[in-house]
Design a protein around this ligand. Structure first.
Ligand SMILES: *[C@@H]1O[C@H](CO)[C@@H](O)[C@H](O)[C@H]1NC(C)=O
Ligand SMILES: *[C@@H]1O[C@H](CO)[C@@H](O)[C@H](O)[C@H]1NC(C)=O
Ligand SMILES: *[C@@H]1O[C@H](CO)[C@@H](O)[C@H](O)[C@H]1NC(C)=O
Ligand SMILES: *[C@@H]1O[C@H](CO)[C@@H](O)[C@H](O)[C@H]1NC(C)=O
Ligand SMILES: *[C@@H]1O[C@H](CO)[C@@H](O)[C@H](O)[C@H]1NC(C)=O
Ligand SMILES: *[C@@H]1O[C@H](CO)[C@@H](O)[C@H](O)[C@H]1NC(C)=O
Ligand SMILES: *[C@@H]1O[C@H](CO)[C@@H](O)[C@H](O)[C@H]1NC(C)=O
Ligand SMILES: *[C@@H]1O[C@H](CO)[C@@H](O)[C@H](O)[C@H]1NC(C)=O
Ligand SMILES: *[C@@H]1O[C@H](CO)[C@@H](O)[C@H](O)[C@H]1NC(C)=O
Ligand SMILES: *[C@@H]1O[C@H](CO)[C@@H](O)[C@H](O)[C@H]1NC(C)=O
Ligand SMILES: *[C@@H]1O[C@H](CO)[C@@H](O)[C@H](O)[C@H]1NC(C)=O
Ligand SMILES: *[C@@H]1O[C@H](CO)[C@@H](O)[C@H](O)[C@H]1NC(C)=O
Length: 828
């Protein structure tokens, strides 16, 4: 009995508390009947945000606003009647007869309204857990109005800042006048699309700060962005030309927001629950240099210098007196006219202009954009008289500038290289004593270097032929490896290299087999030197890769290749037969591949016909098996880092073999990712994280594989991240025909081809984690995995393709096809 009564009581309690909770949770909405007065608030369903009346510090005015409910520091994120405060506590927030959300004063005068154009019956306002206040009609799900579309000074998770490029309509932040006055201040911040989207802060209508162009991952004018934001930000256009900026961090319990404060600075703050205060994570403006155009036209700002402004090389202050007084507004002017100006002035043009490289720069405002590759970008700029500078970014492409260069800044880290056009005479000689002294010193050093070298040569001749033992070579290799990798101990794996197992071939034999390295035996140019065809005395055909003596480069790659490939054996990897190291000659000997490399077949105008779909699929499969062996099945984990069509060799049956391990990296057992400061590889095949941050892993090889796969199917070269975006777009629009080489377009293979394209697109996704591993790729190709996930849209910002006057053929090739691949390694 006692027991029963107890249960009854607790049941009653539960019922009661349920009732109370129900009552409480119902208060996230406002209707015409259920309005709120000055002393009441509503709270979002999950309890994160509150809406009600408040007064800012040092003020008695009353405002309707939204603030964090669970944070001990009172923090307002949105204000309704910013410009029309209530003077006493007799205000109410309600729904008007026509369905608007309104703030009324004691006299029922409307101080603020959501200003709907059409009247709605029985609408209600609800405060959502994201902090968004939404107005709904009788149909739920569609919002008639939302506070996220009318932000105050705060940008939060789930919010979107946007700009419609056609209408100019912006959703942007506006600052408060002061911390005690929420009325609309002088500063606003939003997206501006001048060919490339950027974030701007304006002081009234004047630019006050800019972020630099968005490259698909980061804003390249924010030097510390890489470390802080890479995963967080997203800036994408929709199909109607509206650009949206949003952010999200993987850690949901991290409360963070961006605020445009009354001084015009955007600050990212996070709430530190330990200390109960908002800590500053990042600020847009940190130094005087961050103010837009601080140093005027052609002036460059460096906060580490004093004074902070200087003219860029080849330029001088327009008004020296003003400049020396620290008034930099009139900027700098060119000292020596460019070739075009000289020609126009009647005098003879003389020598061509050149470019001066400025490193770690915030690039100037008002850039154009073209799809040209780096080398073409330079030539395009040189050929156009109005082009004064250019820069190249992997995510954006070519950026030329005309007119004045405004808002230049030199960073101590981050930024990109800017090439400024100067007259030949500026580049030729600086006319400077310092330079002459430096040159003299350098010549001296070189001269003594030559003397020492000759002496050393003479001495080694005395000792007879020099043989550099393998053990010593590997030592040099290890040393270099460590240098490149910094503190990491990657060299360890290489230490154990059992190079002695590799057959050593004799130089004379190789020379005679290749007809003394005769030009007619040359097969091509490999990573670090020419490759010759040879025939050993026993009749075996070989390919001899000879490290070119002249360049002095490539020793590292040579040793790397020797170390890596000597341990590998797989039918889809090219086989190393031996090596030869005698004196200064260093050579690697491979099995001979009669059909040379894949690119010759794919991109040639005659040969693609030999590659029907069956053969292509066989090649795709072979490459993936070779790659799987590298990544997983060999005793070591090896990242190739330079997978591309010209590194895939074909044997007599057109079976693919991966070659050129000059860049490959051996990973330790439990490592999956590494960084390098020296980004090597081929542009177009490089993943974003590798090209931009030097991070490589299995997934960067998967990216290159994806590009290769798309190339094999389309029969066209891939030249940029944009091409991947294009492919994604066409695939999404079901335009498979445009993605497929006409030669393989046969209905019976359509499904298989479609599947391959799908896999290729999964491999070229922006985020490494989204890409499948090679073993999954193989299962997908073999249809062992039936349901493939949808490839995510590349974050690449859509470029506006301007009508190209030059030629229609050019137009066609503009985005995805390019006949040049540039290998981004110094001196290659
Ligand atoms: C607000 O409404 C509550 C209940 O409806 C009432 O108790 C309170 O006095 C009102 N406050 C003001 C300032 O009118
Ligand atoms: C409010 O006034 C006090 C005293 O004048 C001042 O110290 C404080 O900074 C003010 N607070 C704000 C937010 O303006
Ligand atoms: C509040 O102010 C309004 C005018 O803004 C006035 O009409 C009303 O009487 C005031 N109410 C109180 C309680 O002071
Ligand atoms: C609503 O419209 C009125 C009159 O056109 C205008 O004064 C007011 O600023 C508008 N309110 C908002 C929140 O846009
Ligand atoms: C919703 O309201 C509109 C008018 O605002 C009315 O025409 C429509 O019939 C209503 N729908 C429902 C389901 O009540
Ligand atoms: C509006 O709400 C009232 C009260 O809930 C209800 O009587 C009326 O029918 C509703 N009107 C419409 C058009 O739904
Ligand atoms: C805002 O701009 C106006 C003129 O454009 C100026 O008078 C005012 O002082 C500025 N306010 C602030 C807070 O800078
Ligand atoms: C904003 O512009 C106003 C006038 O245009 C100027 O007085 C003020 O100093 C500027 N504010 C900043 C922070 O530069
Ligand atoms: C998420 O953020 C909270 C608060 O800043 C922190 O305590 C927690 O460790 C973070 N979790 C992860 C997985 O980073
Ligand atoms: C700086 O120079 C400009 C252009 O000559 C002039 O208009 C401006 O008043 C000067 N500013 C100061 C602070 O002297
Ligand atoms: C053109 O040449 C004349 C005479 O050499 C020189 O005075 C003038 O500054 C030149 N003009 C330009 C724009 O270089
Ligand atoms: C030079 O570049 C500008 C800006 O990019 C462009 O408008 C102009 O057409 C170009 N001129 C030539 C001759 O290509």
């Amino acid at each position: 009995m006692e027991l029963v009564r107890n249960t009854n009581l607790s049941a009653l309690l539960v019922l009661l508390s349920c009732f109370c909770l129900q009552f409480g949770s119902a208060t996230d909405t406002i209707t015409a009947a259920k309005f709120i007065n000055d002393s009441e608030t509503i709270i979002s369903n999950g309890g994160d945000f509150k809406l009600g009346f408040f007064s800012p510090p040092n003020s008695t005015d009353r405002y309707v606003g939204i603030w964090y409910a669970e944070i001990s520091v009172f923090t307002v994120v949105w204000v309704a009647n910013r410009n029309n405060p209530l003077k006493n506590s007799s205000g109410i927030l309600t729904i008007s007869e026509v369905g608007n959300l309104v703030v009324l004063d004691g006299q029922k005068k409307v101080l603020w309204s959501s200003n709907l154009t059409n009247s709605v019956v029985n609408s209600s306002a609800q405060l959502l857990d994201s902090g968004n206040l939404v107005l709904q009609g009788n149909t739920t799900g569609t919002f008639l109005w939302e506070s996220f579309q009318h932000p105050s000074d705060t940008f939060m998770k789930n919010m979107k800042i946007s700009t419609d490029v056609r209408t100019g309509k912006k959703v942007q932040l506006t600052s408060w006048k002061s911390p005690s006055d929420p009325s609309i201040g002088n500063f606003s911040a939003g997206i501006e699309v001048r060919n490339i989207p950027e974030i701007f802060i304006w002081n009234d209508s004047n630019t006050y700060w800019r972020s630099g162009p968005w490259n698909g991952q980061i804003f390249i004018g924010i030097p510390d962005m890489i470390s802080v934001y890479l995963d967080g930000f997203n800036l994408v256009p929709d199909n109607d030309g509206t650009f949206y900026l949003s952010f999200s961090f993987s850690n949901d319990s991290f409360t963070t927001k961006f605020v445009l404060n009354a001084q015009g600075n955007i600050q990212q703050t996070y709430f530190d629950t330990g200390d109960d205060h908002w800590g500053i994570e990042w600020s847009a403006l940190n130094t005087d240099c961050d103010v837009y155009g601080r140093c005027g036209a052609f002036g460059s700002c460096n906060s580490q210098n004093s004074p902070i402004c200087s003219c860029i090389p080849g330029f001088e202050p327009k008004n020296r007196k003003e400049w020396n007084r620290g008034n930099w507004t009139s900027g700098c002017v060119r000292r020596r006219p460019l070739q075009c100006e000289r020609v126009n002035n009647g005098s003879d043009g003389g020598k061509k202009d050149g470019f001066l490289k400025l490193t770690k720069m915030k690039v100037p405002d008002f850039t154009d954009r073209s799809s040209a590759q780096e080398e073409k970008c330079r030539n395009q700029c040189l050929e156009n008289c109005s082009c004064v500078a250019y820069a190249f970014d992997a995510g954006i492409g070519c950026m030329p500038w005309t007119g004045s260069l405004i808002d230049l800044q030199k960073f101590s880290s981050g930024g990109i290289d800017l090439y400024v056009r100067l007259a030949y005479s500026e580049l030729d000689k600086e006319g400077n004593v310092k330079v002459i002294v430096t040159v003299t010193v350098i010549i001296g050093v070189i001269f003594s270097g030559i003397c020492i070298y000759l002496l050393w040569r003479w001495m080694s001749k005395q000792k007879g032929k020099m043989h550099l033992p393998l053990s010593q070579l590997t030592k040099i290799y290890e040393h270099r490896e460590e240098e490149e990798m910094g503190d990491d101990n990657h060299g360890d794996n290489v230490n154990q290299a059992k190079l002695e197992e590799l057959p050593i071939l004799n130089l004379q034999e190789l020379a005679s087999s290749t007809n003394s390295f005769h030009q007619s035996n040359k097969l091509g140019q490999g990573g670090f030197g020419p490759v010759y065809k040879g025939k050993l005395s026993d009749g075996q055909e070989i390919a001899v890769k000879r490290l070119s003596k002249a360049s002095g480069q490539g020793l590292e790659e040579f040793l790397n290749e020797m170390v890596v490939i000597s341990k590998l054996q797989h039918r889809n990897l090219v086989r190393l037969l031996g090596c030869c190291i005698e004196g200064e000659e260093k050579m690697l000997v491979y099995e001979y591949m009669p059909n040379k490399s894949l690119d010759l077949f794919l991109f040639d105008s005659v040969k693609p016909k030999l590659l029907d779909w069956k053969r292509r699929f066989n090649i795709i499969e072979g490459i993936s098996r070779g790659l799987l062996y590298l990544h997983r099945d060999s005793r070591l984990k090896i990242i190739h880092r330079d997978l591309k069509a010209s590194n895939i060799l074909l044997d007599e049956e057109l079976n693919p073999k991966i070659s050129d391990f000059g860049m490959a990296r051996i990973f330790g057992g439990n490592e999956d990712q590494a960084n390098t400061t020296r980004v090597v590889g081929t542009y177009g095949y490089m993943s974003l994280e590798y090209a931009m941050k030097g991070q490589f892993s299995e997934k960067s090889d998967v990216f290159s594989f994806g590009v290769l796969l798309l190339e094999i199917i389309s029969g066209r070269r891939n030249s940029s991240f944009y091409a991947c975006f294009q492919a994604w777009k066409m695939w999404n629009a079901d335009n498979i025909v445009a993605l497929t080489d006409p030669i393989i377009r046969e209905p019976c293979f359509e499904m298989e081809i479609l599947r391959c394209i799908h896999v290729g697109l999964l491999c070229v996704q922006d985020f490494a984690n989204d890409r499948p591993s090679v073993s999954i790729v193989i299962s997908m190709l073999k249809s062992e995995i039936i349901d493939l996930p949808l490839p995510k849209q590349p974050a690449f910002t859509e470029r506006q393709i301007a009508p190209d006057a030059s030629s229609s053929q050019n137009n066609l090739s503009k985005c995805s096809i390019n006949n040049v691949t540039v290998t981004m390694v110094q001196g290659r």
